[in-house]
Design a protein around this ligand. Structure first.
Ligand code: FES
Length: 293
């Protein structure tokens, strides 16, 4: 169960401003039912050019409903210049926070607002277009959008990017490109100093053993899996049992059993300790994207 704030629950159970404004001054439609979430935002301006009314229709989870609802409240009374400054972080903060896996709902709200403002400025003549080149074809996310969520939310991992804009959460084929974008924007921030860890054969403390397992995964196992659109995550270490979860292509691959024994276990035995054995944590393995709860 997600850890939702009271404010989010309130906006989910009692959403404000549901519906659509007749003859609106701006309309923004983003997302698609095929991707699991969609949002339509309409607004009306008063004589001073301030947003006097805003309504939404959405298809999505509790977070999508709550973020859309709260967004309509946030923008009422603002000029379009003021509304254009709202970030996805502002929306999430207004709700008292969102589970990280649901941050893409706040991004969808910000995108719908931008689309509606653009629709107003162009007199409805220009359809909202994706800026940049599509990096994630599964979810239609461009490099510009990925760069923006990385920058605005200070993201440093592919998994975070997936949580914020879905990119990378389907077939996994774009994860290498996402990594390059993270590297380009965050640079040194993601290059952590390499810990000095004793090699295999030395007596290891528990912490050293876990560090060496993680290092072996990072350096010896992950690059090969990522080259094929997959990934691996260390979940836990219990004595000699190493629990991992496969991500991306690896999560759907029928050869997972083989990969686990002949690649992961073999490398960990070679680089950490002969007694290690590996098990897959199926509960946290990649699930198909479905944002209904
Ligand atoms: S292309 Fe991005 S997840 Fe498939």
């Amino acid at each position: 169960m997600w850890d939702y704030t009271e404010k989010l629950k309130d906006h989910f159970f009692n959403p404000r401003n549901v519906g659509e404004i007749e003859n609106p001054d701006g309309v923004g439609e983003v997302g698609s039912l095929a991707c699991g979430d969609a949002l339509k935002l309409t607004f009306k301006l008063d004589k001073e050019g301030r947003i006097s009314d805003a309504r939404f229709k959405t298809f999505g989870c509790a977070s999508a409903i709550a973020t859309s609802s709260v967004l309509t409240e946030m923008i009422k009374g603002l000029t379009l210049e003021e509304a254009a400054k709202i970030t996805n972080k502002d929306i999430a903060d207004y709700l008292g926070g969102l589970p990280e896996q649901k941050m893409h709902c706040s991004v969808m709200g910000r995108e719908a607002l931008e689309a509606a403002i653009e629709n107003h400025k162009t007199g409805g003549k220009k359809k909202h277009e994706l800026e940049g080149n599509v990096v994630c074809t599964c979810f239609g996310v461009t490099d510009k959008e990925i760069e923006r969520v990385i920058r605005e939310n200070n993201l440093t991992t592919v998994e975070q990017v997936t949580n914020y804009c879905k990119a990378g959460g389907g077939c996994g084929g774009c994860q290498g490109e996402i990594e390059k974008l993270i590297e380009k924007i965050q640079g040194d921030k993601i290059r952590e100093p390499v810990p000095v860890i004793p090699r295999r054969g030395a007596k290891l403390t528990n912490i050293q053993k876990i560090q060496l397992i993680q290092q072996t995964i990072n350096e010896q196992i992950r690059p090969a899996l990522r080259a094929h659109g997959g990934d691996i995550e260390l979940i836990d270490v219990e004595g000699d049992k190493v629990i991992v979860a496969f991500r991306g292509m690896c999560a759907q691959c029928r050869l997972t059993e083989f990969t686990m024994k002949d690649v992961v276990e073999a490398k960990l035995r070679e680089f950490v300790s002969k007694g290690l054995f590996v098990e897959e944590d199926r509960d946290s393995a990649n699930q198909p994207h479905n944002h209904r709860e």
